[in-house]
Design a protein around this ligand. Structure first.
Ligand SMILES: [Zn+2]
Ligand SMILES: [Zn+2]
Length: 254
């Protein structure tokens, strides 16, 4: 069954649907239709090419990944939202919408993530740091400061000289505040393109001793020119956004 969202989150969800339900699209989880990790369209495979590469690496990556919506590059409103909210002057509408989506993910379906992780008593959260503009406060982190999150923050920072930031390289991140014991951390990012950036941060957390890591991103970005995406975008991405659909399962809440 889908989770009944807490009343406070339901009000936020209703607002998201009324303002953006027409252009936001839930991510879809279907075996061999979409990647078992990142929900990108796949042509009959278990995982997409980047996620297959991560799975076969020696690094321990996230135990589960969820994105709330798809964002088709470069002209879609969803894409403009997940890119535009971190511009220098994004305006309140983009920031508010991002904040609302984060609330749906964390407060509406955070319990689903905890359940999938085995309901550990000790939970923390972390933000995937930006490696682009370390000189200014990270807009995603600023938005998250106003939202309820599970447990305490585990601060990650980009290492001084990150290399190949799109590849799986846990050494690109430093775990600044490693807690002595954290069975589960939810790692948050705004968008997922190929996943190397977020998975590197997840692998860094695992190297620091975190037992179980979930990655939650607002949007799974899709390239409309990539052949497997073309039909999928045309045929499957209709309909309105439904905040009660679980981003972790693509259907009912666990
Ligand atoms: Zn994938
Ligand atoms: Zn759920």
């Amino acid at each position: 069954m889908t989770r009944v969202l807490p009343p406070r989150v339901q009000r936020v969800a209703d607002l998201v649907v009324s303002q953006a339900g027409g252009y936001l699209r839930n991510t879809i989880r279907e075996h061999r239709v979409t990647c078992a990790v990142c929900a990108a369209p796949v042509d009959g495979y278990e995982r997409c090419i980047p996620c297959s590469g991560h799975a076969s690496s020696a690094h321990r990556t996230a135990d589960r990944v969820a994105s709330l919506v798809y964002a088709v590059e470069y002209d879609s409103q969803a894409y403009k939202l997940v890119r535009g909210y971190k511009a220098d002057n994004p305006g309140p509408s983009l920031s508010d919408m991002m904040s609302s989506l984060l609330a749906i993910g964390l407060q509406g379906h955070g319990a689903c993530d905890a359940k999938l992780a085995g309901n550990p008593a000790d939970i923390g959260w972390a933000v995937v740091p930006s490696t682009r503009r370390p000189d200014r406060p990270q807009p995603l982190r600023v938005l998250l400061q106003a939202l309820a999150k599970p447990g305490h923050e585990i601060v990650l920072a980009p290492s001084p000289n990150p290399v190949s930031v799109r590849e799986l390289r846990p050494e690109n991140f430093l775990v600044v505040t490693p807690p002595p014991y954290r069975p589960h951390v939810i790692l948050i990012d705004d968008s997922w393109v190929r996943g190397g950036h977020a998975q590197s941060a997840a692998a860094a957390l695992k190297l620091a001793g975190v037992a179980d890591v979930s990655i939650l991103t607002v949007a799974r970005v899709l390239n409309p020119d990539w052949a497997p995406n073309v039909e999928f975008i045309r045929v499957r991405l209709g309909g309105w956004y439904d905040p009660s659909i679980c981003p972790w399962t693509g259907g009912a809440c666990p």
